[in-house]
Design a protein around this ligand. Sequence first.
Ligand code: GRG
Length: 310
Amino acid sequence: MIDLNTKASQINSILQGYLPEETKEFGDITEAMSYSVLAGGKRLRAIMLIESFRLFNNDSDMEKMLVHPFAAAIEFIHAYSLVHDDLPSMDNDMYRRGILTTHAKYGHAMGVLTGDALLNYAFETVTATLKSLEKLRGEVVPELYARVSTAANILFTKAGYSGMIGGQVLDVYFPNDADADKSLLKLRLLKMYELKTSNLFRAALCAGAALAGASEADLKKLDSFGYNLGLAFQIDDDILDETATFEQLGKDIGSDRKNNKLTICSLLGIEAAKDLSREKLELAATTLETLPGNKEFFTDLIEYLSGRKK
Ligand code: GRG
């Protein structure tokens, strides 16, 4: 069985290495960036990015010099999305990962700026890898430039207006129209979940594989795998928001109900939501079978996700 805690600790070391050095030269911004990133978290996206690379490639130098910065960058993007999602103009949450949210600790403006800085810093981190390519092979290898630019494009597109941000737009402006047709509401919710949550899963899997030199056909399979994994993850997130405790989640529970949000749980009921999550994980498992490499990690990940408690 996978040891996600050990893997998360390895990611924390990587993140510490890539975060900017703390300085008061620009007020609290570097402290708030570290606070938001290092607060904890399962580090699933970074772990998936590295494990996806390993399905196709076992070059440990390349993993360290190219894949680790991308793993750090996806956690910077994820952290920024959480910081902004917690703002008063969005979900207005005071706790995340067991501690005060960034805006609750540093003030509203610093919450906005910290999210902005983390997104920008993700871009700085991945583009800096271009400088290390020569060191990796002793010469400029165009193929590696192509891989980095493909991976960066995947990451920032999936996180952008037609990806994760687009999903947040649907989330914030999605009408809680209880009278609308149930199957239409379900379709709209699943589209929003795909955009908001599946897209960073897809980005992790496809960017890691692109860095490894995976084929277009395998990237498509990973995209589908990440789609279903992300949907199951978000459905379970909704279920946990209803059923878990503050101690388990490290954040206020019942947040969706507090914000009068329509979720797959409020629409279908908890049992049907659990069935839907299982169905998505089964689809993910079927796609996984068609991928090359040692898939033990991802098989275990599906197992973990089918019973996750936090
Ligand atoms: C662009 C502002 C903005 C938001 C984008 C991702 C997102 C939309 C908002 C964050 C809040 C949220 C409920 C996102 C859905 C994805 C999700 C379940 C995030 C929590 O991920 P975990 O459980 O978090 O992996 P940890 O703390 O473990 O890293």
